[in-house]
Design a protein around this ligand. Structure first.
Ligand SMILES: [Zn+2]
Length: 638
């Protein structure tokens, strides 16, 4: 608990009665006749004290679902409610959360001064890491130092994790949970200029797409296929497309509704990378056009967008499927974003942004349905920054506006006054609504800051933020003796604080051999190595890429030694029948003399071009990757 959190909680208790909404009983729009009656428009006419008290539950929570409407300020919520359900109506998801507060969203300049109008990168980084930063930054602080994210921390603590959006998965809001780059436009290996020093071939952590693969959430869904078709420019997957790389690292790569519905599992052995469009998802409604004077034109109805994806790929459908796949006894953290409220607001497209709010609202309903049934899930619904659209009375004389005919038959004028026609409308700097349900959700009440969301979630899930510490008790398992030229397995166990482990084998004679890196799967990293032909005592050193924890084991190459044989080589990119994770086989036994199994999802088969390193008579075959000769440790993805 920080002092800031304690202060917010105290203030929250005072502010509770004023800022808590009742859970609506039905999502039925009030009719004009109703709201004209005394009390007819009231939303909380009865004493709500008991309902509020009942909605306040202490933590911990087992699961957290964080739903973000990008650019969803109060104007965007209100215009969507007006259009679809009427002014006196209720958004059945967003309006149903019982505890509400407001949060500040300002970002920082690179020298630490307040920047009153933030972007999605700085704001997402704020709730993902608890650290305020500059616009454009993805989970690095103003000095450029990476900050651990909720998704990374939850994963290291043994929770399942998911990241779902209607934008490209490389877009700022999903990216802040899975990547650390100085510039949000560092999408893929081809974003050479944008990535700069973050690029793999410049010694960086790689593009956002490459880091998404390395972060290895159990499930990532959205758009953004285009960047995954690019090929890595450095590292042990150099030359391979990122889709191929993901497959080689054990991912289930899907690209359509059938792929999504066919998923039976999403876990560390076979995480899911689902990208359903090259770019962002098309919105529910076709775009409306705002013009100077447009508010005085005949009011328009929003029409269905023929390009909209199948409802099997709606945000609600993706959220429901994600919850199904992530729900497990150890809990989960899931972020869900409705991305194009912001994007359509930038384009002065009222119908586009309204449809995206309605899509998000359906996803919120799915989250709340699960949370209510589960009883141990916190749901938070909020936004990243306010945006330009305003519901206006008179048509503004010089700025863009649109007139819409709402479902209840009234005219709603929406104006966009932060850019000229054809320009991109701008974000705005007002505080935002933050709403919560479930254990720990009372921490959203009152005036908080966006960074408080990080602490609210960390505290509710009781996460250990010391990721290096989570790898401190790691152990290494390797056979003490191996026969020359035979395969043996080296395993790091209990290394939960890391996402990758790198390895080096130092033979008795000759140069050390770089074993590259493997992904940590449920706290275990397995390397399969072929012993040199030269006899003598060697050493294997495994290092947690994120923690720096170093583990060493002596491996003596002795003629006649009985080396535990690896199991059969799996098909490249396929998930072995055993699920690919033979954790039970490798175990944590220190001797390493048991049947050490071949961990297919981390270990690439020899047929993919095993490297023969010849030096001083020693031959060592690194089997788990295709181009060991191009290993560049600066290219390890974190
Ligand atoms: Zn924006």
């Amino acid at each position: 608990m920080t002092s800031g959190r304690a202060a917010a909680t105290t203030f929250g208790a005072v502010a509770l009665a004023a800022s808590v909404a009742l859970v609506p009983t039905a999502a039925v729009a009030a009719t004009p006749a109703d709201v004209a009656q005394n009390g007819g428009a009231a939303r909380s006419i009865d004493d709500s004290t008991q309902a509020i008290l009942d909605s306040v539950q202490g933590g911990p929570a087992k699961n957290v679902i964080l739903l973000i409407g990008d650019g969803m300020g109060d104007s965007e919520i209100t215009s969507a409610r007006n259009y679809e359900y009427g002014a006196g109506g209720v958004l059945p998801g967003i309006d149903a959360l019982p505890l509400t507060g407001q949060y500040t969203t300002y970002s920082l300049t690179r020298d630490g001064k307040a920047d009153y109008v933030p972007d999605s990168a700085a704001t997402g980084s704020a709730w993902a890491t608890g650290t305020k930063t500059y616009d454009n930054a993805v989970s690095v602080d103003i000095a450029g130092t990476p900050q651990d994210t909720l998704l990374e921390i939850a994963k290291a603590n043994g929770l399942k994790t998911g990241n779902v959006t209607t934008s490209e998965v490389q877009d700022a809001t999903p990216a802040v949970q899975a990547a650390h780059v100085a510039a949000r436009s560092c999408y893929g290996p081809d974003s050479v200029t944008q990535c700069g020093a973050d690029a793999l071939d410049q010694g960086g952590r790689g593009s956002i797409s490459e880091q998404i693969i390395g972060t290895r959430a159990d499930l990532t869904l959205g758009g953004g296929s285009a960047s995954f078709r690019q090929a890595a420019r450095a590292g042990q997957y150099q030359g391979d497309t990122l889709f191929d790389q993901a497959g080689d690292r054990g991912y289930q790569v899907i690209g359509d509704a059938a792929g999504l519905s066919g998923l039976a599992a999403a876990d560390q052995t076979a995480p899911v990378l689902g990208t359903f469009t090259d770019g962002n998802f098309p919105t529910r409604f076709a775009p409306s056009t705002a013009t100077v004077g447009g508010g005085d034109l005949a009011p328009q109805r929003c029409t269905p967008n023929p390009a909209r994806l199948s409802t099997d790929l709606s945000l609600q459908a993706m959220t429901e499927k994600s919850i199904d796949l992530l729900d497990n006894e150890d809990g989960f953290f899931l972020q869900v974003e409705g991305a194009s409220i912001d994007k359509r607001d930038h384009s002065a497209d009222a119908c586009g942004q309204i449809g995206e709010v309605l899509d998000l609202d359906e996803a919120v309903q799915a989250a709340l349905d699960f949370a209510k049934a589960d009883g141990n899930t916190m749901v938070i619904v909020t936004a990243d920054h306010a945006h330009t659209s305003q519901i206006v009375d008179g048509t503004p004389p010089t700025s863009l506006s649109t007139s819409l005919l709402t479902n209840e038959g009234s005219t709603m004028k929406i104006a966009y006054g932060t850019a000229a026609a054809g320009g991109s409308q701008q974000h705005t700097g007002s505080q935002l609504r933050v709403a919560g349900y479930g254990p720990g959700a009372a921490n959203v009440v009152g005036l908080i800051d966006q960074t408080d969301n990080f602490f609210t979630i960390v505290n509710a899930l009781e996460l250990d933020r010391n990721l290096d510490g989570l790898s401190n008790d790691a152990t290494i398992s390797a056979p003490a003796e191996v026969a020359p030229g035979t395969d043996f397995t080296v395993t790091a166990s209990g290394i939960e604080g890391d996402r990758q482990v790198s390895g080096v084998f130092t033979p008795a004679t000759g140069d050390p051999v770089d074993l590259g890196y493997v992904d940590v799967i449920d706290g275990i990293a397995t390397f399969t190595v072929t012993a040199p032909t030269a006899l003598g005592a060697g050493t294997v050193t495994l290092t947690g890429v994120q923690s720096g924890v170093e583990l060493t084991a002596a491996v003596n190459v002795i003629a006649g030694a009985v080396t535990p044989a690896p199991s059969a080589t799996p098909t490249p990119g396929a998930v072995p029948a055993d699920g690919g994770n033979t954790a039970g086989g490798v175990g944590t036994a220190g001797s390493g003399n048991g049947p050490l199994a071949f961990t297919g999802s981390e270990v690439l088969p020899a047929l993919l071009l095993a490297l023969m390193l010849t030096g001083a008579g020693a031959v060592l075959v690194v089997r788990r990757r295709r181009r060991a000769g191009m290993i560049d440790h600066s290219g390890v993805q974190m």
